[in-house]
Design a protein around this ligand. Structure first.
Ligand code: ZN
Length: 331
């Protein structure tokens, strides 16, 4: 059976897997990227990991997903955000030399999109948009059954599309970018500020209660009882699903921002399905509900328009599984 290796290179970890033609990971390993020590040492360890796989499995090709802009012809990565010192690395040529195998390279979100399209929640849909929500916000599109690369390999970068013309400054130098509103760190920042404001409100109401008989005091959010370091997206999601009002408001607001970004995607690409993955997709149904509501309200929807918005299906394996298919794609 045809087996290929998928490699998912992130700022902290590198995931490797041997993947069969049905998208199943039959062997896997994980390395520390140690990005600060430069690309060569990491690629040499990747090559050694692949050599170990080949002791047991007949591997046909290697596919790599890596954060940053990727030149798909030469497999060169440019301006990778979490891999300082890797700019200009010829990942394809170096890994081909180290392994003797055919190597193809793409952007990490493209790899996730490929995995979801072929084997996950995007299966069977040839006009698909994949959104990843985490520290950063990524996007990738399959259009008419082909992964959309763009003239510079930079298609689908939804994180830095503008949702507020004169909005908050973003680290990219722009203003009002989607990522500035929905990136995980900004969600946590908003949560801290809202919890603080609520605590203040509740205590001042308590002081005034004797003056206004019969007023019900505001119920403090469970988020207020957490130590600051534990006020993270997971806690917000858990509290929202349990019905905590403040957590629900935060997730609803996040979903509205994501929905605004997706209204633009719908207008541009007319996808039949949008798959949302990444850590923040774990916020669950309260998030998806707000996203769908916003797209339904603000998007140009018409009777019978086919559009589903669903959660990703492959979890943390999507990047490895998708990258492994690169060598099997036409073109
Ligand atoms: Zn930006």
């Amino acid at each position: 059976m045809a087996l290929d290796v998928g490699v998912d290179i992130g700022g902290t970890n590198i995931k490797l897997g041997v993947v069969d033609a049905g998208g199943r990971v039959v062997a896997r390993s994980r390395l520390k990227t140690e990005a600060g020590k430069g690309p060569r040492q990491a690629l040499e360890r990747v090559a050694r990991g692949i050599a170990r796989f080949r002791e047991k499995h007949a591997v046909g090709s290697v596919g790599v997903g890596i954060a940053g802009l990727v030149d798909h012809e030469y497999g060169i990565v440019r301006v990778p955000p979490n891999l300082p010192g890797w700019h200009g690395t010829a990942v394809k040529a170096e890994l081909a030399e180290l392994t003797g195998l055919g190597v193809r390279v793409t952007n990490d979100v493209n790899a996730v999109c490929l995995g979801e399209w072929l084997f996950g929640a995007g299966r069977g849909c040839d006009d698909l948009f994949c959104l990843t929500l985490g520290t950063g916000v990524g996007g990738a599109a399959v259009v008419a059954g082909r992964l959309l690369l763009g003239a510079n390999g930079a298609a689908g970068e939804l994180g830095h599309t503008v949702i507020f013309g004169n909005g908050l400054p973003c680290r990219c130098g722009g203003r009002g970018c989607l990522e500035r509103y929905v990136g995980a760190e900004y969600l946590v920042k908003r949560a801290r500020a809202r919890v603080k404001a609520q605590v203040k409100r509740v205590s001042s109401h308590r002081d005034q209660m004797p003056l206004f008989g019969g007023l019900q005091p505001e119920r403090p959010s469970v988020l207020a009882s957490l130590p600051a370091r534990r006020l993270d997206p997971e806690a917000i999601g858990r509290s929202a699903r349990a019905g905590d009002k403040l957590a629900l408001e935060l997730v609803d607001e996040l979903g509205e921002y994501v929905g605004l970004g997706l209204v633009n995607v719908v207008a541009l690409f007319d996808p039949g399905r949008i798959v949302i993955g990444g850590g923040l997709a774990g916020l669950g149904e309260p998030l998806f509900k707000a996203v769908r509501r916003t797209v339904n309200r603000r998007g140009q929807l018409f009777d019978g328009r086919r559009l589903e918005i669903v959660g990703a299906g492959l979890g943390g394996d999507a990047g490895v599984v998708g990258a492994s298919r690169l060598g099997r794609l036409p073109g």
